[in-house]
Design a protein around this ligand. Structure first.
Ligand SMILES: Nc1ncnc2c1ncn2[C@@H]1O[C@H](COP(=O)(O)OP(=O)(O)OP(=O)(O)O)[C@@H](O)[C@H]1O
Length: 244
């Protein structure tokens, strides 16, 4: 938690949010170093998705700061945050099912000003994920779950995010597809994309992340390097017995 601010792409301090009158996050401090992969893990209902939705502007911030590259963006609406490069791939592989793969990609390039740049980015998306090129004229709803997961990531990559927020990318996928999704996450990280992943699949997430945040009942239990976490947090107890 000691990185200088210029090495931290996303930082929250004392983040509080919730639903209705129910407070779900009770003052959460998270640092996501620039160019690294960070994962948030924790038992069901601990507020992991709520954290992503709050920093992405989909759930209202009650109190606290969200700093994107040092600038406080807490309270800004989701569409404004997307333009700033805070880009969320929500849980459940959200695609437009009746639009083709290519139409899905085109729709999501709304922040890209020139048509030639949109074409270039679509071409890059196909190069990165050739399966989408093969299916470019197919309605997205007819793709397999794994292909839809790829498309959901590709849509957001079209925006060239400063921070990629991934909410449970492995949910509901076959082991083979999970491997493929994580291979792509690793490749993006290799290109220096700052990534924050919320995962139930703890093993997968910890294999790719350098930093981990353990969230329990809306409170940070651990934040720091993955290696150190294994010594400090009893994951077996946390997940098997649902401690906390
Ligand atoms: N739309 C909502 N309205 C009211 N309460 C909600 C809503 N979404 C989540 N909650 C509640 O907020 C708490 C945190 O949920 P959240 O989905 O953020 O946890 P999570 O750690 O991502 O869990 P999971 O791993 O099961 O997805 C839970 O008690 C949940 O019931």
């Amino acid at each position: 938690m000691n990185e200088a601010l210029d090495h931290v792409m996303l930082r929250t301090r004392g983040l509080v949010s919730g639903y209705g009158r129910l407070e779900t996050l009770h003052g959460v401090d998270v640092d996501v170093p620039a160019g690294g992969v960070t994962t948030i893990i924790g038992p069901n209902g601990s507020g992991k998705s709520t954290f992503l939705k709050t920093v992405a502007g989909l759930v209202r911030t009650w109190r606290g700061e969200t700093l994107l590259a040092g600038e406080d963006v807490a309270g800004e609406p989701a569409h404004a945050l997307v333009r700033r490069g805070m880009c969320l791939v929500p849980q459940g592989r959200v695609v437009f099912p009746l639009l083709t793969v290519e139409e899905n990609l085109r729709m999501c390039a709304f922040t890209v000003s020139s048509a030639s740049m949109v074409r270039e980015r679509i071409a890059q998306a196909y190069e990165f994920l050739p399966v989408l090129a093969d299916r470019r004229r197919q309605p997205a709803g007819t793709l397999s779950g794994g292909e839809q997961a790829m498309l959901a990531i590709a849509k957001v990559i079209m925006l060239r995010p400063r921070v990629l927020l991934l909410d449970e990318p492995s949910l509901g996928l076959s082991p083979k597809m999970i491997d493929l999704v994580y291979e792509k996450v690793r490749a993006l990280a290799g290109q220096g994309l700052t990534t924050l992943i919320v995962e139930q699949n703890v093993r997968k997430a910890l294999a790719v992340a350098g930093r981990a945040v353990v969230l329990v009942l809306g409170t940070v239990r651990y934040a720091g390097p993955v290696d150190q976490m294994k010594a400090e947090v009893d994951l077996g107890r946390l997940f098997v017995e649902g401690e906390g």
